[in-house]
Design a protein around this ligand. Structure first.
Ligand code: NDP
Length: 300
């Protein structure tokens, strides 16, 4: 199996390099790759890459992910998240290749408390969400065999993430306020990459499994409870913090105005995916605790 992986150095892309390795020959690219174009803003270059490599599977982990910046760069966000995705879908269709693509709970308005299902109406609140929705729709309209995974609150050991930021701030600051009225499930890039590899194998054997799926860790939390969990784990591991877990303060979203509006309900119902692929999604705490141990071990 020949696999083209785009966005190889992002949180998910990095983990995909590992999880896809046993499946076949991988061409992994980022925006600066030389031999093949991996820049999603270069649509002609992308077409040339797909046609020259002729993959059986295209996995698109590249995206414009700067949610606030997208409000002032809507054209670039749209080019990468929607137009480039449409090009990949057209080329996948032409080659009869499988396209794997990632999307977000930000396609929803984020009201209510029920976990969103794949069939629920979409209504993005911000430019990033609208550009990701347009990308999804382009994949579906192309007619190519596809897997679209909508996920939420992605973290990874590599690079910066919420966990590392909370640990740093709790060591530096006298007090710490964290938003407590947005609900979701922190989802590890490792989990996304592992489920992707399973799903690719399944869809290659049974194309009827292709489609749109919600993929997130089980359970739910808020940013505040997530931060408290992180600090509690750090305390249990003997890390000294200026702000104790019990001293964290919960605040409302209004306390932190941002250029892009965020949904308050980012819960995703993952029943469809678990049933279709006979998979079990672990609680969000399992992956966060594991990542935290790795982070703390490195910082000692
Ligand atoms: P990252 O921001 O970690 O990675 C995105 C990657 O895309 C980066 O490696 C970036 O490279 C690359 N990229 C940006 N612009 C271009 C370009 N023009 N050409 C090629 N590559 C480019 O994102 P994640 O791994 O977290 O996200 C993976 C997927 O999951 C995305 O589709 C995202 O929308 C979705 N998602 C993410 C969530 C999150 O919380 N992070 C939540 C929900 C969905 P560089 O850094 O060099 O620009």
């Amino acid at each position: 199996m020949k696999i083209l992986l785009l966005g190889k150095n992002g949180q998910v892309g990095w983990e995909l390099q590992r999880s896809l390795a046993p499946l076949g020959e991988i061409l992994a690219l980022d925006s600066k790759s030389q031999d093949y174009c991996g820049d999603l803003s270069d649509l002609q270059g992308l077409v040339a890459t797909v046609q020259r490599f002729a993959p059986d599977v295209i996995v698109n982990a590249a995206a414009y992910t700067s949610v606030d910046k997208a409000e002032t760069e809507p054209q670039l966000a749209r080019r990468i998240n929607a137009e480039a995705t449409a090009v990949l879908a057209q080329e996948a269709q032409r080659l009869s290749a499988l396209l794997v693509h990632y999307s977000t709970d930000y396609v929803f308005a984020g009201d209510g408390e029920a976990p969103w299902q794949e069939t629920d109406p979409v209504a993005p609140l911000n430019t990033y969400g609208a550009s990701k929705l347009e990308g999804e729709q382009a994949v579906q309209a192309s007619g190519c065999l596809h897997l679209i995974f909508r996920t939420s609150w992605v973290y990874a050991e590599r690079g910066n993430n919420f966990v590392k930021t909370m640990l740093r701030l709790a060591k530096e600051r006298e007090s710490l306020n964290v938003i407590d009225d947005q609900f979701g499930a922190p989802t590890g890039a490792e989990l996304l990459a592992d489920v992707t590899a399973h799903a690719i194998r399944a869809v290659r054997q049974q194309s009827a499994l292709g489609g749109l799926y919600h993929l997130a860790a089980a359970g739910e939390t808020t940013w505040f409870l997530y931060a408290r969990f992180v600090l509690e784990q750090a305390e249990a591991a003997g890390i000294s913090l200026k702000v104790a877990s019990a001293a964290l303060r919960a605040v409302a979203t209004e306390a932190y105005p941002t250029p892009a509006r965020r949904p308050s309900n980012s819960r995703l119902n993952t029943q469809k995916l678990q049933k279709a692929f006979a998979l079990h999604l672990p609680d969000w705490q399992t992956g966060v605790a594991r990542m935290l141990m790795e982070t703390l071990e490195k910082s000692v």
